[in-house]
Design a protein around this ligand. Structure first.
Ligand SMILES: [Zn+2]
Length: 151
């Protein structure tokens, strides 16, 4: 049995969320959770600036918007940027087995640790994701440092 999963189409939804965040004046990082058949379960974006809430990362926002799920084993976490340790913890805790990242060049987060746990991490090395986030970082380095917990 082979199953063709269109990870780029999934990433496009996360990028759309990142752009929504940017338009709101926030950090352009988006995420979405899908089933393997491409069904969207939840989507979201970083809302640190918009809500004054440092706990709302793209992944946690998508996770909350997905509502209660019986199991995460067959869901795919898709995010424009490699998940930070906080969000990698979420992935680990709830048993996701696949994470798709738009890029890990700007920030590596916990992807080595996730891989070491046997979780599949697919890096799409998206120029669009790199440029979207780096444009923001250039303009607002202090907000970015705040987001990743760097003094
Ligand atoms: Zn995070």
């Amino acid at each position: 049995m082979s199953e063709v999963i269109d990870y780029n189409a999934m990433l496009a939804v996360a990028i759309d969320e990142a752009k929504t965040g940017l338009a709101e004046g926030g950090i352009p990082i988006g995420a979405a959770i899908f089933r393997h058949d491409g069904t969207l379960v939840g989507r979201g974006h970083n809302r640190r600036v918009q809500h004054g809430d440092p706990s709302v990362h793209g992944e946690t926002d998508a996770f909350r918007n997905a509502g209660r799920q019986k199991s995460y084993r067959d869901l795919i976490m898709v995010t424009t940027l490699a998940p930070c340790f906080y969000c990698s913890g979420l992935v680990r805790q709830f048993g996701f087995r696949t994470v798709v990242v738009g890029e890990s060049e700007t920030f590596q987060g916990g992807i080595d640790e996730l891989r070491a746990l046997g979780i599949e991490v697919i890096d799409l090395k998206s120029r669009e994701c790199i440029e979207l986030l780096n444009g923001f970082i250039t303009e607002h380095p202090e907000i970015w440092n705040e987001d990743i917990g760097v003094d």
